[in-house]
Write a new protein. Structure first.
Length: 358
């Protein structure tokens, strides 16, 4: 029996040496995991030896038991040390491979361009605000009443046909049929009704007419301006439009020509032209004797003031309207109106504005 125990102890020593050697030479976590169950697992080498302990008795059992326990302890300790060592190595490797070189130049960022309409809307708003005009707004889906009747365009008047209006079929209320507003002038009525004179307002927004070619799109944008006061008249209109257009086109010498015209909502009415010349195939404003139509305007018709609940015996008003795309095209040389609404990135890259130039 004593001999057998000796043999067992010898085996234990061998086992210790082989376990420690295997642990020591293991070089990756996965292998170590396998090794762990091969040594310490349910059917592992050390577990097997422990099972054999049951067959021994008395002192021998105690002696060998202590030996195996210390073997198990040392192997477990070495195993854990190896685990931490390999985990650190793995982490180190990962950190090395995931290293970010922050000294590399950044990739250029595509921040997009500002649409010419946005740019021009901002320019126009800045100039009009400097005259004390505040922003006013109205809905895109209007009624016949606000789009025409309140603006002194009677039922069946040919002026209603002048704008090729889009009607929203089957929709109507006490203000008549619903339609997509054909101009921004209905905003005049809201501004008048919601405020008391003296007042100065402007609006910028989309309008709709059934038209489509290089110079007409079914949707475009207008700017509307009104000023109502006791002694306001055509001279104010002349000053505002002259100063506005000179500032907008950045040409001090720009000349304006007021041509008598007709709008049902203004009396008298005028269309305004600005002078230009073609130099080297380019349009230059403020020189030469050619004229280009740029806006409609007039003193507000008393019937329109009445629709806006304003006493026309006390107050007068002036109004003007521009096409926003037309202003943008003339200032920035944008050829075809349709490009504004086609959402083509190449168009925007050509005619758009960078953020820094804002
Ligand atoms: N609403 C007119 C149009 O669309 C423009 C205009 C506005 C004319 C204000 C006079 C005064 O043609």
């Amino acid at each position: 029996m004593a001999v057998k125990t000796e043999e067992k102890l010898l085996e234990t020593n061998k086992l210790r040496a082989s376990c420690l050697f295997e642990i020591q030479s293991c070089d990756n976590l996965k292998k170590l995991e396998t090794l762990k169950s091969a040594i310490l697992g349910k059917n592992g080498k050390i577990t097997e030896v422990m099972k054999q302990l049951k067959t021994l008795e008395g002192d021998r059992k105690r002696l060998l038991g202590a030996e195996i326990n210390s073997l198990k302890d040392i192997v477990t300790k070495k195993m854990n040390e190896k685990f931490s060592e390999l985990e650190m190595k793995e982490l180190d490797k990962r950190m090395r491979s995931e290293f970010i070189d922050i000294s590399l130049p950044p990739r250029s960022e595509n921040v997009g361009k500002i649409h010419p309409l946005t740019k021009v809307e901002e320019e126009v708003s800045n100039i009009l605000s400097s005259y004390g005009f505040a922003f006013a707004d109205g809905p895109d889906i209007e009624s016949e009443y606000f789009n025409f009747t309140a603006l002194n365009v009677p039922d069946h008047h040919p002026a209603r046909a002048m704008h090729d209006t889009f009607y929203v079929h089957k929709l109507a209320d006490e203000n008549g049929r619903k339609l997509l507003r054909s101009h921004t002038s209905p905003v005049q009525i809201y501004a008048m009704r919601e405020n008391t004179p003296p007042m100065r307002f402007f609006s910028v927004g989309r309008v709709y007419r059934s038209d489509y070619d290089a110079t007409h799109t079914p949707m475009f944008s207008q700017i509307e301006g009104i000023m109502i006061d006791k002694n306001v008249g055509f001279s104010h209109l002349k000053w505002i439009l002259t100063d506005f257009l000179r500032k907008f086109f950045e040409v001090k010498s720009l000349r304006l020509r007021f041509r008598p015209s007709f709008f049902p909502f203004t009396e008298p009415s005028a269309e305004v032209d600005i002078n230009y010349e073609i130099r080297d195939g380019k349009i230059v404003f403020g020189v030469g004797n050619k004229w280009l139509e740029i806006c409609g305007c007039g003193t507000i018709h008393p019937n329109v003031l009445k629709s806006g609940n304003i006493d026309s015996s006390k107050y007068h008003g002036i109004a003007f309207g521009f096409g926003l795309e037309r202003l943008a095209s003339l200032k920035y040389g944008i050829p075809d109106l349709r490009g504004y609404f086609e959402f083509d990135e190449r168009w925007l890259n050509t005619f758009g504005f960078s953020h820094s130039a804002k």
